[in-house]
Design a protein around this ligand. Structure first.
Ligand SMILES: Cc1cc2nc3c(=O)[nH]c(=O)nc-3n(C[C@H](O)[C@H](O)[C@H](O)COP(=O)(O)OP(=O)(O)OC[C@H]3O[C@@H](n4cnc5c(N)ncnc54)[C@H](O)[C@@H]3O)c2cc1C
Length: 373
């Protein structure tokens, strides 16, 4: 019989790994102290945008993101089929807008490396640009069109992942209040707030921004910090006509969802584990939003929320098993790209647990690379 895997954390990363591992024949038990999808994963804008999120040059992280985008069409089809639920997956493409002639050189540089790495990116200007996005501000000088990027409706996607997990036999226990690791050398044991003890053969730590809480216990530095993202949405029934692309700029992004809302994000503030939405944070977004779509000048967002992105010290996630505790595997620290990276993370984690050889670029994500406590 294959090993029993206990997954700590029921965000998009924990659920995706659980789904893949159970599909490959492992017995999986997800333990969540609150509600599955109740933290960063349910707050995300759902963009699958490896090119727009990696502006400078392609590194290991970009390769991982691009691989995940490649996996998405089949992955989302599987999740929909097995969960029996639908969620938005839109292959919209994206426009990265710039406002000044002086930005053209950087935009062209980005287009060239994107083309070398699987994109058919082009630069749009003038009539061509405004035909593609008629409501775009006429102050926009040019935009880099990356047709390969897409987006999902994150709350529905995470819900479907949870249902898919349950349908194939993953056990899920939520609202545990607290969960402490009590044994990780000869086996795995965790004690929940209500006194219940959960056991398994391996532990997969997918606790997002809370991953650093395991640092002392496991004896390794886990430099993961919460970065608050404040975000808002407008109702846009008819107002924006045929806005189909995700719009990115140096100040943020806007993405129109199939439910006629325009999701606009997001701030990057350090506020500890505080998820409060501030007037200042949302006003800053509004100032920028109307510079992209002037029609938003007359509108107020109907929904404002925030989530905590798990950021690591070097910007790379922590994925793989620990040298000093081979029963413990980590998958955390996905910062701004956890929704995008969910399929590739699930594959990498499952391949690692099956003992397959890891791709060389994935060594950059070794979870113990920051040394001992
Ligand atoms: C505003 C915003 C917009 C974003 N937009 C995008 C986007 O467009 N595209 C994209 O790809 N990504 C986006 N992200 C990033 C993405 O949401 C995260 O990278 C991703 O959700 C991280 O997933 P996770 O499962 O690691 O963390 P989480 O979703 O935070 O899940 C971690 C879970 O662990 C639980 N937990 C904590 N401690 C314990 C414990 N001791 N025991 C058990 N469970 C525990 C928590 O309750 C939580 O449910 C966005 C994030 C924010 C905040």
């Amino acid at each position: 019989m294959k090993e029993q895997i206990v997954v700590m954390g029921g965000g998009v990363i924990g659920l995706s790994c659980a789904f893949e591992l159970q599909s490959r024949g492992y017995g999986v038990h997800v333990l969540e102290i609150e509600r599955c999808g109740g933290q960063a994963s349910g707050a995300a804008a759902g963009m699958l945008a490896p090119y727009s999120e990696n502006l400078e040059s392609p590194d290991e992280f970009f390769r991982f993101c691009a691989e995940s985008l490649r996996l998405y069409p089949e992955w989302q089809r599987r999740v929909k089929e097995i969960s029996g639920s639908s969620f938005e997956y839109t292959e919209s493409g994206s426009l990265y807008v710039v406002y000044h002639e002086a930005d053209m050189l950087a935009l062209e540089g980005r287009m060239l490396w994107q083309r070398q790495h699987g994109s058919s990116a082009t630069i749009l200007q003038g009539d061509e640009l405004f035909a593609a996005e008629p409501q775009l501000s006429r102050d926009v000088h040019a935009a880099l069109l990356t047709p390969e990027e897409s987006h999902v409706y994150a709350p529905d996607y995470v819900k479907a992942l949870e249902e898919a997990c349950l349908n194939i036999g993953v056990q899920i226990d939520e609202q545990l209040g607290s969960l402490d690791l009590t044994e990780w050398q000869d086996g795995i044991a965790l004690r929940a707030g209500d006194g219940r003890v959960f056991k398994g053969d391996k532990l997969l730590v997918c606790t997002g921004a809370w991953a650093q809480n395991m640092s002392e216990k496991l004896g390794i530095r886990i430099p993961v910090r919460p970065i608050r993202g404040q975000i808002c949405a407008y109702e846009v029934q008819g107002d924006l006509g045929q806005t189909h692309h995700m719009i990115f700029s140096s100040q943020g992004y806007l993405v129109q969802k199939a439910n006629a809302t325009l999701v606009c994000g997001a701030s990057e503030d350090m506020a500890g584990f505080d998820r409060t939405v501030t007037g200042r944070g949302i006003r800053r977004l509004q100032q920028w939003n109307k510079k992209v779509f002037p029609v938003l000048e007359l509108k107020e967002p109907f929904h404002r929320w925030a989530g905590l992105r798990p950021a690591t010290q070097d910007g790379f996630p922590l994925i793989g098993s620990l040298n000093a505790a081979s029963r413990v595997v980590m998958a955390a620290g996905h910062y701004r790209n956890g929704i995008l990276l969910s399929p590739a993370t699930a594959m990498l984690v499952a391949d690692g647990i099956e003992g397959k050889e890891m791709p060389e670029w994935s060594y950059a994500f070794r979870p113990d690379r920051f040394g001992a406590v």
